[in-house]
Design a protein. Structure first.
Length: 299
């Protein structure tokens, strides 16, 4: 049952065990990781083109996306404010304008890559039997690079353990996301483990879409991508609005992106005191995304 999980999980572990001190090598890995993500997402679009009843499947993707997004986000936002009451975080009352629309456009670029792959597959109408195997090979290399990135992100175990607030936010995000994923799975008539896998993306839309698409098919993979993309876009809007009164809620809802993509928004809107909490919370969630998704899809 877990042979597939171990096979895919292995390159992630191997990558995590490799310390890299050269900035040039790290830059190379970062660039190649971005390229591999785009390549796999384009292949996801090609695999969608090979599905029968495409229009019906696209409607199903939208239904899954909206259901999971609504259920998971509702559960997150109902419980996260409790952390602000029990463990308040001080934030600075300074607001700096950031190019939010530009950041959203960067996120939407990945959806356009999937759409481009879909369009190519529909227009050229060629044999797509090779897409699945090619995606798996590229995925193994991608997970290896992601393992190296996580190892060399600068976070130590001591920093994670000592920042109890960041760890608490991550734990609440995990539990509430799982609750939302189970509710959505029951509403949609999906297996519970599929719902838990869909709930384990925590905003890392590219990796969630790729892992779930590779294991559970293009429909759920596309829904996972759009679900996490919606989270990131809503987080970009909510962080400046919530962070003064509910900093932990704003940080928590950003999910895994709190340590990278949404971190500038968190820092500029909430001040430097929010940064360590955001980095720890985001790092824990980022580390668990591939682990949890691979575990649940293997059940």
């Amino acid at each position: 049952m877990f042979s597939g999980f171990l096979l895919i999980f292995l390159p992630l572990v191997i990558g995590y065990l490799i310390p890299v001190h050269s900035k040039k090598i790290l830059h190379f890995i970062n660039v190649q990781t971005s390229r591999l993500v785009l390549l796999i997402l384009a292949l996801m679009g090609l695999s969608l083109a090979g599905l029968d009843n495409l229009s019906q499947n696209l409607n199903q993707i939208l239904l899954y996306t909206l259901t999971f997004f609504s259920c998971i986000s509702t559960c997150n936002l109902l419980v996260l404010p409790m952390i602000d009451r029990l463990m308040p975080t001080a934030s600075d009352h300074k607001q700096h304008k950031l190019p939010i629309l530009h950041m959203m456009a960067e996120s939407l670029k990945l959806v356009l890559v999937v759409a481009g792959g879909l369009l190519v597959g529909l227009l050229l109408n060629f044999d797509l039997s090779w897409v699945s195997q090619a995606s798996e090979i590229i995925l193994l290399l991608l997970l290896f690079f992601i393992g190296i990135q996580l190892r060399n992100s600068g976070m130590t175990l001591k920093q994670i353990v000592l920042n109890k607030k960041g760890a608490t936010i991550a734990l609440v995000m995990i539990v509430t996301s799982f609750c939302g994923g189970v509710i959505a799975a029951l509403l949609l008539g999906l297996p519970i483990n599929h719902g838990l896998a869909m709930a384990s993306g925590f905003g890392w839309y590219s990796l969630a879409g790729i892992l779930i698409g590779d294991s559970l098919g293009s429909i759920l993979g596309g829904a996972a991508l759009l679900n996490e993309l919606l989270r990131e876009m809503l987080a970009l809007v909510l962080i400046p609005l919530l962070i003064q009164r509910y900093p932990n809620t704003a940080i928590g809802y950003a999910g895994a992106t709190a340590m990278d993509f949404t971190l500038p928004v968190i820092q500029s809107s909430g001040g430097i005191r929010c940064v360590p909490v955001a980095i720890v919370s985001g790092f824990i969630l980022s580390l668990l995304v591939p682990v949890l998704i691979l575990f649940f899809v293997s059940l």
